[in-house]
Design a protein around this ligand. Sequence first.
Ligand code: ACO
Length: 402
Amino acid sequence: GYDTSKLLATTGQVALDIGFVNTAACTSAITYIDGDAGVLRYRGYPIDQLAGKASFVEVSYLLIHGELPTAAQLAEFDGKIRRHTLLHEDLKQFFKGFPRDAHPMPVLSSAVSALSTFYQDSLDPFDEAQVEMSTYRLLAKLPTIAAYAYKKSVGQPFLYPDNSLGLVENFLRMTFGLPAEPYEADPELVKALDMLFVLHADHEQNCSTSTVRLVGSSHANLFASVSAGINALFGPLHGGANQSVLEMLEAIQRDGGDIPTFVKRVKDKEPGVKLMGFGHRVYKNYDPRAAIVKSTADSVLDKLGGNSELLDLARQLEEVALTDDYFVQRKLYPNVDFYTGLIYRAMGFPTRMFTVLFALGRLPGWIAQWREMIEDPTTKIGRPRQVYTGPTVRDFVPLDQR
Ligand code: ACO
């Protein structure tokens, strides 16, 4: 826990740590991970005690405010989120400007970035009331934006949010409902998606959260910082992995389900061929979220009738990987996203929406981390150093002499 920043600054030394494998960029009281023991806790509460027991809105309150809410606090928090779900009519025009086949992730980040232009009254990072307001606006509007990104991609009309519904139900209705047809989400589907959001809600200083903090450290507003986080999450090595897992399984299926050949290509390190959904920077024994997802995948897929052939391929792949020396030696285990794609697919989401669902789940974590960073008086602008490897000094040669 020793802060080396002052020491190194005074001695003129720089620590090189590519990928920040051993560098803590901040202190934080939000999420605890013990990668060797497979432990994940939000504000001290083990993930297996929260998943399935606390709702996503409850967990959002916990992450942002540090304590579990009382019933009255939860009702107030939930009520405020419900009051802000509507999107400004002008903001809805944005969706029309994107190509029909646009990936919903850049649509999501663009719309969140645009919130800075619509809500100029809640941009001051040091005004508590404004931060509260932007927190509610984000929590409430991201599901609406996500549903509209989907509607745009399938060419269906946007549905106004129904604020008599909870966050997840409302999102499912805006996504899968049609104006003329009443839509009632299956309670089991609501429960499962709510739990998946809880499992994704925070994960300390991962790539997107570090991005949110880094952007925010320049005192950029919450909308701008979260928009940057969404772009970081889009990458296939991070949130985009859930989409890649399903695409990988479908590719194996197209090749006749030949798992040994695929595993060989991974082990031969064929460029671009990885076992997606395996491996984690911090978890080197197992990902506790993956264990929860796996144990619920069966029941959810049974109920919703998922693609049993893909599930079967996933199981076979996991079995091979967990016994093969290449994976065992490198401590590569399934991460949270190995099975989520199969569940999302069974719920009816197209593959391109998977990472959007990750973003909806991760939002309270981004907000909590941004707020903690802004409130911390020791925060400084994030500004890594480098070890220069370019040419030493040389004289300029004019163009006609080169
Ligand atoms: N498939 C095959 N080999 C792998 C994989 C994988 N999924 N992951 C790591 N390896 C190998 C590496 O090639 C390396 O081998 P080497 O020592 O022979 O060179 C070794 O395992 C160590 O891997 P690193 O790349 O050093 O691990 P790092 O901590 O940097 O990467 C990461 C972690 C990005 C998650 C990586 O495991 C990966 O790319 N996984 C697939 C993508 C994925 O599922 N991402 C989701 C992460 S979790 C999340 O965001 C929810």
